[in-house]
Write a protein that binds this ligand. Structure first.
Ligand code: AMP
Ligand code: FES
Ligand code: ZN
Length: 292
């Protein structure tokens, strides 16, 4: 790990990653040992590793897999579901499974086809659906906190995109912890300071079987383009990505942005599903579902 000027053997690496995760959980006040955690697991290296780490650290942690119905040639959803189930069974962990098509009558690609948001790529519709369903399950089953497997490369690509556009509202909200509010579960990203490569190394060394393929709709996306650019920067200047992210969080703590005026955050319950929304009427997800 050139950015840390640190090299570890397998045994110590497998201890170092969970110890660092525990440190970040405490540093950012993510959750305590008595709280119930729901990890959103996609079958990829990050979220499966996160589940493994939190379980090893002794947290009360269950999983949630969302069946998106994205199959294509490689059978992306079928295979990621199989690997997630296998992981849970091998460790005797509880996994909630929600199949979007069974629940709402249409898979993500079908929902996207009907929606203006989904023209071209279904990713935006998919993002809305994932956020809605993660929050619904966390709330309905009384979890204190919802954890996702976003790693440093994910966070830095988002930070880069939002800084290019100076999307101040989005930059304000980009945090390792989003606190709970009426109807919205607390959201945490315990892996936000680990490089993608570090998580891949953890999954491989730990023997976690995960899906290598990206979602087929991610190919050619802007976020992959930014990630490639940022990788070039990192290879010339090791540690650049980590410094960019950590200094961003520090600058915000030191008041880089003024706090939002209360008017910016008026949320009302969606008349259909009850989840808080800034829209006047149905939330974005219920609007998408209504079109099918
Ligand atoms: P992505 O939006 O695909 O980059 O994934 C970011 C995080 O969202 C992952 O690390 C998971 O925690 C969660 N996630 C993505 N896809 C799913 C899914 N199908 N089911 C449950 N959680 C998911
Ligand atoms: Fe949702 Fe790719 S469109 S994971
Ligand atoms: Zn709704």
């Amino acid at each position: 790990m050139r950015h840390h000027k640190l090299a570890l053997c397998k045994e110590h690496y497998l201890e170092w990653i969970p110890a660092q995760t525990a440190r970040f959980i405490k540093k950012y006040w993510m959750f305590g040992p008595d709280e119930r955690v729901l990890v959103a697991v996609s079958g990829g290296k990050d979220s499966l590793s996160l589940w493994d780490i939190l379980w090893r650290l002794g947290y009360q942690v269950d999983g949630l897999y969302l069946g998106l119905g994205i199959d294509g040639e490689a059978g992306y959803s079928t295979e990621s579901h199989r690997l997630t189930e296998k992981f849970a069974i091998e460790r005797g962990l509880k996994l909630h499974v929600v199949d979007i098509q069974q629940e709402y009558g249409a898979s993500i690609p079908m929902l996207a086809e009907k929606s203006r948001r989904g023209q071209g790529r279904p990713c935006s519709v998919c993002g809305v659906a994932k956020r809605h369903e993660m929050n619904r399950i966390a709330r309905d089953f009384g979890y204190d906190v919802l954890a996702t497997g976003h790693n440093l490369d994910d966070e830095v690509a988002v930070l880069f995109a939002n800084s290019l556009a100076w999307s101040v509202d989005l930059l304000r909200r980009q945090e390792p912890v989003l606190h709970e509010s009426d109807g919205l579960a607390r959201k945490v990203k315990p892996l936000c300071r680990f490089y993608e490569k570090e998580m891949a190394a953890y999954a491989l060394l730990r023997g976690i079987e995960y899906i290598y393929e990206e979602c087929p709709f991610a190919i050619g996306s802007t976020s992959i383009y930014y990630k490639e650019m940022l990788n070039r920067l990192e290879s010339d200047r090791p540690g650049a990505k980590l410094a960019y992210y950590v200094k961003f969080l520090e600058s915000k703590k030191n008041g880089m942005f003024s706090p939002p005026t209360s008017q910016e955050f008026i949320l009302t319950p969606c008349p259909q599903c009850g989840q808080p929304t800034s829209a006047d009427g149905l939330c974005s997800f219920c609007k998408i579902v209504r079109k099918t």
